[in-house]
Design a protein around this ligand. Structure first.
Ligand code: SIN
Ligand code: FE2
Length: 217
């Protein structure tokens, strides 16, 4: 069998790997719609550009962020929160594209969480050397809904730990098109991204873009 045939079979049947209780890794799940996803990211960024936000502790994050949907996640000197308005444009965040909403719903369902209806999508841009330290996603009021995370562009090492910051995280290489879903007993698991290795991606160049879908309330 040729490598090409292997590739197309892998694309046709994304695998579902349980990485923790309530958490799955869907390899290649978003690959079939990569062009639509990237075009949608470009439209979002044209309205609400990537920016490096400041943490309440006064540090500038290395990862640049923007959002789409009814609410967007922001951090500044006063804290972390969801807000309907992009503080930079003073306008609502761009609407969540149907292709995003549909992908998130299908991925959540494959992970065992039917009926996922996200109202927020955080878009992260990683350049070589940037990282996201271990944290919990806990600014959402509805913790019954899962988190759906879509990886595009350069590969990254995703760190997925337990409910305590001290639990040693396991490491998973996420490549273009991979989707991770975590909810239920894993909903408040600590997670992060190791410093991005340099590289060149055919569609996105020297970066990784991650979409995380949330239901905030
Ligand atoms: C996040 O935790 O918001 C992003 C995770 C990732 O980039 O894979
Ligand atoms: Fe997160």
């Amino acid at each position: 069998m040729t490598a090409d045939l292997f590739d197309s079979l892998a694309e046709a049947q994304p695998t579902c790997e349980e990485i923790a209780d309530g958490a799955v890794l869907l390899r290649g799940f978003a690959k079939p719609i990569e062009d639509e996803l990237i075009a949608a990211v470009r439209e979002i960024v044209a309205q609400s550009p990537f920016r490096r936000m400041t943490t309440p502790g006064g540090y500038q994050m290395s990862v640049a962020m923007t959002n789409c949907g009814e609410r967007g996640w922001i951090t500044d000197q006063t804290g972390y929160r969801y807000d309907a308005i992009d503080p930079r444009s003073d306008a609502p965040w761009p609407a969540m594209p149907a292709v995003f909403r549909d992908l998130a719903r299908r991925a959540a369902e494959s992970g065992g969480y039917a009926g996922f209806a996200p109202d927020a999508c955080l878009v992260n841009r990683y350049e070589p050397g940037t990282r996201l330290s271990l944290h919990q996603d806990k600014d959402e009021l509805d913790l019954a809904a899962p988190i759906v995370s879509v990886s595009l562009g350069l590969s990254a090492i995703f760190l997925f730990g337990g409910l305590s910051r001290n639990d040693k995280p396991r490491r998973f290489r996420l490549t273009h098109g991979d989707v991770v879903v975590w909810g239920g007993p894993s909903r408040l698991a600590y997670h992060g991204v190791a410093p991005l290795a340099d590289g060149e991606h055919a569609l996105l160049g020297r970066k990784r873009v991650n979409l995380t879908f949330r239901k905030t309330r």
